[in-house]
Design a protein around this ligand. Structure first.
Ligand code: SAM
Length: 191
């Protein structure tokens, strides 16, 4: 395993030993629960090489020492943001939004008519740059009758702080909206 791992990075700009890779994996796991097995060594290299350049470091060993230093807490945030995979789209895997509209919201409405409690809580647990929670919001607004009579909230969280900032800003390029039906685009986007 060691030969494989060292061979895969030895001809690159920054040396990355298997021991240092495993240290980085342990920091990521402790902070996020994300498991980085040994075959992810090249992915970790490519996600972090630019950060090492920015910091003026010459090896991943120096980067590990930085993480252990008093600046480590701040740097761990950059590490986590670099490692997370943020692939997202409006209405990505659209069947989830169909299920929300056709099944989950109907069940919520049926329960409310039994209990009289019109309270809805939806959590986009890894929301990336916000496309998922905004797609949920558009689904509620367009497909849940009498939403305004409900106490409804969507919680959006992500361990990548840069993604949370993008989601909070809510600014998207035209090309990001290709999955958004024209009627929703017209109604819920401006600019
Ligand atoms: C592949 S993206 C999917 C985004 C969105 N849910 C979607 O389906 O379009 C996964 C997101 O989950 C976030 N993530 C991974 N583990 C997480 C955790 N333990 N807590 C919060 N967010 C997490 C990542 O940072 C990333 O932005």
């Amino acid at each position: 395993m060691k030969a494989l791992a060292t061979r895969s990075t030895e001809d690159k700009e920054f040396p990355l030993s298997l021991a240092d890779f495993r240290y980085l994996s342990s920091v990521v796991y402790d902070q996020t629960g994300i498991v980085l097995k040994d075959h992810k060594i090249n992915m970790v290299y490519s996600r972090l090489a630019r950060r090492l350049r920015e910091l003026g470091l010459t090896s991943f060993n120096d980067y590990c020492r930085l993480l252990e230093s008093e600046r480590g807490t701040e740097e761990t945030g950059f590490l986590i943001n670099a490692i997370t995979t943020n692939l997202t789209k409006f209405f990505r895997e659209n069947h989830h939004f169909e299920h929300l509209a056709d099944v989950a919201l109907k069940e919520a409405a049926a329960a409310a008519s039994r209990t009289g409690l019109r309270r809805l809580r939806i959590w986009s647990a890894g929301c990336s740059s916000g496309e998922e929670p905004y797609s949920i919001a558009m689904t509620l607004l367009s497909r849940f009758p009498r939403l305004r009579e409900w106490n409804a909230k969507i919680l959006a969280t992500d361990l990548d702080t840069a993604m949370v900032a993008r989601g909070r800003a809510g600014r998207y390029a035209d090309r990001d909206l290709e999955n958004v039906p024209a009627s929703l685009r017209k109604r819920y986007f401006s600019g």
